[in-house]
Write a protein that binds this ligand. Structure first.
Ligand SMILES: Cc1cc2nc3c(=O)[nH]c(=O)nc-3n(C[C@H](O)[C@H](O)[C@H](O)COP(=O)(O)OP(=O)(O)OC[C@H]3O[C@@H](n4cnc5c(N)ncnc54)[C@H](O)[C@@H]3O)c2cc1C
Length: 388
């Protein structure tokens, strides 16, 4: 029977599922692929785009080049509502699209935790547009030096990688005389929670070597046009040239439209086959899900690594669902490792408890990401750009 599949969100979960499915779907299938943006973003390489090491064709290729299939109707729009019982999704332009099978992977959104002024004055680092905005701001404020630091709020992996990238972007090591200051503010007692102790130690050493300041147990109370107000025994403030905001993510608001169990700040519960309980024709993956097949337990990490793994299971199960209504593959998360970029030539890596740093870690990181880029044309471009 002819099938209409609708994909909402074309990131690591949605796009990779769709690309794997395309070769196997029955010829009479029709696909509507919806994303609010025009580009896929390979977020682990967004720092390389910021510092000018990789170009947009690698880090953020347009969807139209990634989905050149007559059966795919690509729609750039935001899905604002959906009804899984009645089988429709509604777009921000009012259009309503019906589906037989729905695949939802809308990712997360930046969390501002209600801190006044963040949305107006800080720049999140989540999307390609954010990276461009940060680049532009820093170019304009290239004078950011001395007592006017560039501040990164959030000492998780994104905040720390961004701090290293900012040091590179602002030419910290080349600049003679006054150097731009980069300060990371972290609310918890330590940075890089969830990373191994040895990886954290190595990263701290690299931060010290580069003169990047890290202040822990600092709660940001407010951001304004000139600075950051924070709590440190009392209310204090300091002037900054720019504030980058990486202090967490939260589930995509679209998840509130699902008749599904939610888990705190995490996503919704799905079956191990990635189907929505009670709605076997709805598949959900990526950051949008929490504990496949379980009501409680450690939530899945919100990572591209997890979404990428789920896309393989989702593609197989969608196909068997369409063919015979019996998805068989159960998803289990397997942690492959952690990487943290320091510079063009250096990284820190923890691959199955083997911790590396320097050039070896940088090569391992590039290799891991290279094979996860969407296709060979993009991989070839990445190699060329890395070698120039
Ligand atoms: C700077 C940065 C670096 C990262 N580095 C790493 C890393 O090194 N390793 C790692 O494993 N993970 C990393 N992550 C996390 C990783 O990016 C996410 O976990 C991953 O992208 C989640 O995949 P997803 O498919 O759920 O969502 P996404 O990849 O975010 O895709 C969601 C898509 O849905 C679209 N969308 C959202 N809402 C709607 C809507 N209502 N209507 C239509 N479209 C919508 C969005 O435009 C987007 O294209 C990083 C994240 C960031 C921000």
């Amino acid at each position: 029977m002819a099938q209409h599949l609708v994909f909402v969100g074309l990131g690591f979960g949605g796009l990779y599922t769709l690309r794997q499915l395309l070769g196997s779907l029955p010829d009479d299938s029709h696909i509507t692929a919806i994303d609010a943006r025009e580009r896929f973003v390979f977020t682990p390489l967004l720092y390389e785009y910021l510092v000018g090491e990789l170009e947009p064709d690698v880090v953020a290729p347009p969807f139209e080049t990634l989905l050149p299939d007559d059966r795919v109707d690509l729609v750039q729009a935001e899905v604002v509502d959906l009804d899984v019982r009645a089988r429709w999704v509604q777009l921000d332009d009012g259009r309503v699209i019906d589906f037989d099978t729905l695949v939802v992977a809308p990712g997360s959104v930046a969390a501002f935790h209600g801190v006044p002024g963040v949305q107006e004055h800080a720049i999140p680092f989540y999307t390609f547009d954010d990276a461009e905005r940060l680049q532009t701001t820093l170019r304009v404020k290239r004078w950011a030096e001395g007592d006017q630091p560039v501040c990164v709020v959030g000492g998780g992996v994104v905040g720390i990688e961004l701090a290293f990238a900012l040091a590179e972007f602002l030419g910290r090591r080349e600049a003679g005389g006054a150097h731009p200051r980069i300060v990371v503010l972290e609310a918890m007692g330590q940075i890089l929670r969830g990373f191994s102790e040895s990886m954290r130690r190595m990263t701290r050493r690299k931060l010290d070597e580069q003169g990047i300041e890290v202040r822990t147990s600092i709660r940001v109370l407010e951001v304004d046009g000139e600075g950051v107000v924070f709590e440190n025994g009392g209310r204090q403030r300091f002037d900054v040239a720019a504030v980058a905001w990486t202090a967490g993510i939260q589930p995509n608001p679209l998840l509130s439209r699902f008749p599904a169990e939610r888990h705190g700040r995490h996503g919704i519960r799905v079956e191990r086959t990635l189907q929505l309980p009670g709605y076997p024709y709805v598949f959900v993956l990526g950051d949008a899900i929490s504990y496949p097949g379980r009501a409680v337990g450690a939530p899945l990490p919100d990572t591209a690594q997890a979404a990428f793994q789920q896309s393989e299971v989702a593609a197989k199960n969608i196909l068997t669902w369409i063919e015979n209504g019996l998805p068989r593959e159960a998803y289990t998360y397997g942690h492959l490792g952690d990487f943290l970029r320091i510079s063009r030539t250096e990284a820190v890596a923890d691959i199955r408890s083997v911790v590396l740093d320097g050039a070896a870690a940088s090569i391992a990181r590039r290799a891991a990401y290279l094979f996860r880029l969407p296709d060979w044309a993009i991989r070839t471009s990445a190699i060329r750009q890395w070698l120039r």
